[in-house]
Design a protein around this ligand. Sequence first.
Ligand code: SF4
Length: 155
Amino acid sequence: MDNPQEDRVTWCPSGEAHRPESVVLGVRSGENGHVVYLAEPVPAAQVLPAIPEGIAPHRVLRFASHCVSGCANRVDDACGLIERIQTLPSPGTTAAVPRCHLRPHCKWWNQAGVDACHRCPAITTLNSPDDELAVLVADPSTTTEQLRDWIAAAE
Ligand code: SF4
């Protein structure tokens, strides 16, 4: 991301693994599978061949790729995914935000600031179909009202 044109591009922190620009954002190796962020971006194309066959790349890694206008999560210029994630109960942490190489270009940081960064390590791009709430959050057709209703009913 050293050239001026690239500096103006916004990046998705829950991105695609196989786009030409895709980089590894972090490794899902922390506590509870939380993401541990890489100090520097590593091209996804360098890493993907090392992932054993049968293991989905998103199970073990988080990727960043360009935030594109055709994304199903786009709501006008905003990211509907981070809006839905912010509907979930706050992690309630006062800890510092994770060190993250993507921050200057990150769509979620630009849109939601510190709150996005506190929620970000727990986000998985690939959710278990058994995790009904996670599947709802990931579904672009889910409204924040539906999420609030689901959470209220579960309490
Ligand atoms: S939301 Fe924060 S921690 Fe997550 S990728 Fe963006 S800048 Fe990094």
